[in-house]
Design a protein around this ligand. Sequence first.
Ligand code: PMV
Length: 316
Amino acid sequence: MKSIASAPAKIILFGEHFIVYGGKAILCSINKRITVESELTKTGQIEIESSLGKLKISKSDSYKNADLVFRPIIYIAQKMLEKFHSESGIKITVRAEFPSGVGLGSSSACCVAAAGSISGLFGNHTREEILKIAIDAERTIFENTSGADCTACVYGGILEYSKDGHIRKLELLPKFDLVVANSGIIHSTNKVVSMVRQFKDERQETFSSLCTQEAGLIEDALACLQRNDLTKIGKLMTQNQEFLEKIGVSNDTLRSMISLTKDVSYGAKITGAGDGGCIIALADKTNLEKIQSALAKKYECFSAKIDTRGLEQGSA
Ligand code: PMV
């Protein structure tokens, strides 16, 4: 039997970076997925095949001996084999519909899909149990993860969250499309977070005023999302981008991508750490194609909708 599970990508609608200093952020799952298939084998090995490479490791070998990208999956496989006293090995295949390393949450989606798929080989597990396994697995590569990305992958939809562990799923979902465009510049979240820390230390008053403004913006955004007010949501995204510009996480490429959408989208901003990665532009059916054609001449881009499915599991 093959156990199959999939989980969605995510974007950050509002609040990246400021969340590190106590603010709220708003995450949105989108309808691009990572699918993981797994099956028990007689080899005594954990075998992984993905677009990022292939790996075979003895199931008793430490996950720390493997490349970072494979560690969470090995961790999940070992935990499950151990818990169910299984003598088997596991073969795992990962397929992604979106790029990794550009702030779309590929590692969390992979952790959740892998936790869903591998746990499915050993019977039914609740979404909460799978979320816990996925967050523990993600900690093998991001020790301090808040768990919000994995939570978004498991439940789908839009989440408000903060670093102190507060997570709330929005009851009413707005209806919009997004265009996600990839700058092609791989970024390091840790490096950009350190740059912002330096900005904060050198310009404490400016930074603290931006944090206050961002907090107000997030409250407005939450209200507008509930009202499905795309014009206002777009304006708030543009304003959020101005704050991100001020703290120095934008660059010429990202600015020029955002300006390509200026006359056609409701609003646009970086999603995630910045200094590379992706931008998002807010759309509906009236302007979706215009935004895509403005960006597609120079950048890889795709349209996306809010994912409401979250984690899905099945077998073949
Ligand atoms: O680029 P991503 O998806 O890793 O997002 C980083 C979000 C930050 O706020 C910049 C960092 C964080 O830990 O919240």
